[in-house]
Design a protein around this ligand. Structure first.
Ligand code: ZN
Ligand code: ZN
Length: 428
């Protein structure tokens, strides 16, 4: 038996033999139902081809979306418009550097980095070779994808546009349509998982044979470590760096049986996020100054109430779900997962794994309110008539979203299954 044909489940750590699949089949973990790998149409070369075409198209649309204004607002003979980068600039100059940096990273830097890095890797694969820095670049794709939020931004743009129609005349610009197309293309690009690309590279550009010591001799499960980055199951003896740390034989990422100090760090992040959630709700996220009126502060909840009272119950519900329901349920769910993992509970592991997946999936949607605030502030700049600026609540809320995302990333879902494994129910 060779470790080359083993695959480790990302969510529960269970090990399986890799079997060939029939068309349209998916291999799933029998314990936690996580998808291990799937059948792909066409040969590896065709997959590399379509990845090049898709990422190239997405990158071009990305450049268009970032260079054109999204919408312009017309009010009292004045017009304001902004590209996404200009919106970031307005926030930065208004002293909201933290919020500006969040928008810049999640809506500009990480999406661009993901597409650029993926195109670079795909062009190499298309030629049947690994580009220099292949492993590092694929790990960059993995990290950037976690924080790239094009789809959340798109919904944020739509909400802002609907909200603005009550205040001024809204004229759509090419940036708006480009972001719409980009959202669809990014969803297609997401279907190419970095782990599948490592497998693809092994088929298109086979690795040089390993040295005699590198291939596992013993196959007891305790001598196998699954790489969290590329998914390769590494057999003992592990490849070690000078400081004694284990590294993946394929991609070089650090190998750990479980994420180091996962429970402790998850508690730290959760505590910080819970503390910040208080000012995030009590302090205004926006200040609006209208003609003939003073300056008014809007908290998240007063914004929701305003939408509800001004005849937009749909928007009120979306903002309420994204800004209140999602963060609160995420904090509660993660605390429950972390506590049960710490107590080595054996109850309902499947339900807890599913809860973890939901938390991972919905967490990013809380950034919605931050995008709406950023775009509103950038657009409503009609000097004497109406001006909206961001408030300190937005900084606190943005930090809550980031901290809960880091917390769920830090939590190791395999901990849920560890107590069950230790009771002799090991599946290999
Ligand atoms: Zn599993
Ligand atoms: Zn690896």
């Amino acid at each position: 038996m060779s470790v080359e044909h083993l695959i480790g489940c990302h969510d529960c750590g269970c090990l399986y033999h890799r079997e060939p699949l029939n068309s349209c089949e998916r291999a799933r973990c029998t314990r936690c139902r996580h998808e291990l790998y799937r059948w792909h149409a066409g040969g590896p070369l065709r997959r590399a081809d379509s990845l090049v075409a898709l990422t190239l198209g997405a990158l071009l649309v990305y450049l268009l979306a970032q260079s054109f204004p999204i919408v312009t607002l017309e009010l009292g003979g004045m017009a304001t418009g902004a590209t996404l980068l200009q919106a970031v600039g307005v926030l930065w100059n208004a002293g909201m550097q933290v919020v500006a940096a969040m928008v810049l990273l999640c809506a500009v830097v990480f999406p661009g980095l993901e597409l650029g890095a993926l195109l670079y890797v795909a062009i190499g694969l298309r030629r049947g070779r690994r580009v220099p820095g292949f492993h590092l670049v694929l790990r960059v794709v993995q990290g950037a994808r976690h924080w790239a939020m094009t789809e959340v931004l798109m919904i944020g743009i739509l909400i802002t546009v609907i909200k603005m129609t009550s205040l001024a005349r809204v004229v759509p610009h090419p940036g708006l349509f480009a972001f719409g197309v980009l959202t669809i293309l990014c969803a297609l690009v997401m279907r190419y998982e970095p782990k599948a690309l490592w497998e693809l590279a092994d088929r298109l550009a086979p690795r040089p044979p390993q040295g005699a010591g590198a291939v596992a001799v013993a196959h007891a499960p305790d001598t196998l470590l699954t790489c969290r980055a590329c998914g390769l199951v590494n057999g003992y003896p592990w490849q070690r760096s000078k400081d004694g740390a284990c590294h993946c034989r394929r991609c070089g990422a650090a190998l750990h049986r479980r994420i180091p100090n996962s429970i402790g760090w998850t508690w730290v992040m959760l505590a910080a996020a819970t503390l910040l959630y208080v000012p995030a709700n009590l302090l205004p996220v926006m200040y609006s100054r209208m003609i003939g009126g003073g300056t008014e502060g809007d908290t998240i909840m007063s914004g929701v109430v305003l939408f509800w009272n001004t005849g937009s119950p749909g928007l009120a519900i979306i903002i309420f779900v994204a800004s209140v329901v999602v963060p609160v349920s995420k904090l509660v769910a993660l605390a429950w997962l972390n506590a049960t993992a710490q107590l080595r509970s054996r109850a309902a592991p499947l339900a807890r794994t599913r809860a973890y997946r939901v938390v991972e999936f919905v967490g990013r949607w809380s950034m919605l309110d931050i995008f709406v605030v950023a775009l509103t502030v950038a657009l409503v700049r009609f000097d004497a008539l109406a001006t909206i600026t961001a408030g300190p609540g937005a900084i606190a809320f943005g930090c809550v979203v980031i901290l809960t995302m880091v917390a769920s990333h830090q939590f190791d879902p395999r901990l849920i299954w560890d107590p069950i494994e230790s009771n002799g129910e090991r599946h290999v």
